[in-house]
Design a protein around this ligand. Structure first.
Ligand SMILES: *Cc1c(COP(=O)(O)O)cnc(C)c1O
Length: 393
């Protein structure tokens, strides 16, 4: 048996959660596509919401357990729950830790489903109160605190602006009021940033993105202290039903093996592409945490090992020209999602409902660019030829 505590992160990515299959001796754990498991001889006292034993796949599956073991180890947390998507992980946190008297403080730049849940559905249906604030500004967080503040939820780097919030400083504020801090760390992955070590209570990932990394499976995870994770499993997993399929858990388990290699390359290439864009006179702005011009570059430098692969930028051009630019790209694919092996790009025009929360320069529309694992020179050549087609070069 390997000792998880005494091996490096890159070694954990390979070994933790894997094992020899007892029945066949295969050195890879198999995919167990079963809806249920043989019950013990005396099943009379089983709690049917128990997520700790293999009963029924909505209560937990074998492949889910292996992946939970790996992700808890990578984030340095006691326990992990893996769910069907990043959104089911986020919703699981909100469902489990907010009640009808609760107030939550949330980054005003966050994943769209978080905005919908906290701005609309949970307040309208259950009377939950939300303050959306610029969480890169500690004073704004302090000002928003109420006696019933139960949770502070941040996303760093934030989707889509790449805004950085200071996890360590925010965790001090959260501790002083006895609330919980949840951090959506999807853009960073555990290779670049470990929020639990900086004082966060819960780390959330869309496994769909970097952790799987290959664009072929969806999943979500929450990592933290066992008592918090148990509550999510009991309340939100078994009884809301956002269970991951064993096949997706297996695919993600396979994807995560190469996470360190991929994150290094995503980060190196993204910095090169960001520098190319920033030096180009037809580019209106570039937001990338690795650039010194990024407003929170110093916080990023303090809490991240590298700066990951997402860039936001815009051209000095109108909506039609942006669309023409995107559609002239040959290698880079126009699609949502991010953190895949291939580069993905999406243009959002000025009509986004949250545009007023974004920094000024985003408000006439912006491009979110997820840098893939292609060579930097091929990516830059594709950008150049598309700019040329739009008469911009
Ligand atoms: C994609 C994403 C999510 C949602 O994850 P799904 O797997 O699509 O449900 C949540 N947070 C961030 C930062 C994301 O990029």
């Amino acid at each position: 048996m390997i000792d998880d505590n005494n091996i490096d992160f890159i070694t954990k990515c390979i070994h933790v959660g894997n094992g020899i299959d007892k029945e066949t001796g295969a050195i890879r754990r198999p995919i167990t596509m079963a809806n249920c498991y043989r019950l013990p001889e005396d099943a009379s006292s089983i709690n049917w919401s128990d997520a700790d034993q293999l009963l029924y796949t909505r209560n937990t599956s074998a492949n889910q357990v292996y992946l939970q073991e790996k992700l808890a180890s990578l984030e340095g947390g006691e326990d992990c729950v893996v769910l069907a998507s990043g959104v089911s992980a986020l919703a699981g946190v909100f469902f489990s830790f907010l009640n009808k008297e609760s107030h939550v403080i949330c980054s005003n730049v966050s994943y769209i489903a978080v905005y919908r849940l906290l701005n609309e559905y949970l307040p309208d249906k259950y009377g939950i109160q939300t303050s959306f604030v610029d969480t890169s500004n500690l004073e704004e967080i302090k000002k928003a605190i109420r006696p019933n503040t139960k949770l502070i939820h941040i996303e760093t780097p934030g989707n889509p602006t790449t805004k950085i919030s200071d996890i360590e400083e925010i965790s001090k504020i959260v501790k002083s009021i006895g609330a919980l801090l949840s951090v959506d760390s999807t853009f960073a992955s555990p290779f670049l940033q470990r929020p639990l070590q900086l004082g966060a209570d819960l780390v959330i990932h869309s496994l769909t993105k970097y952790i799987n990394g290959h664009g072929d499976a969806m999943g979500g995870a929450v990592i933290g202290k066992k008592e918090l994770i148990d509550k999510i499993k009991r309340e939100a997993m078994v009884n809301l039903g956002g269970t991951i399929s064993p096949f997706n858990a297996w695919l993600i388990m396979r994807g995560v093996v190469t996470l360190p290699l991929r994150m290094k390359q995503h980060s190196d290439t993204a910095l090169e592409v960001a520098e190319f864009l920033e030096s180009n006179p037809v580019v209106k702005f570039v937001a990338y945490p690795g650039l010194e011009s990024h407003p929170q570059h110093n916080i990023a430098k303090k809490q991240m090992n590298m700066y990951s692969g997402i860039i936001a930028f815009a051209l000095k051009a109108d909506v039609d020209t942006h669309n023409k630019f995107i559609n002239s790209l040959k290698l880079i694919t126009q699609a949502v999602s991010l953190g895949h092996d291939e580069s993905l790009i999406v243009y959002t025009g000025p009509n986004d409902e949250r545009i007023n929360f974004y920094p000024e320069q985003f408000r006439e529309g912006y491009i979110r660019f997820s840098i893939g694992l292609e060579s930097a020179s091929d990516i830059i050549a594709d950008l150049k030829q598309a700019l040329k087609k739009c008469g911009l070069q």
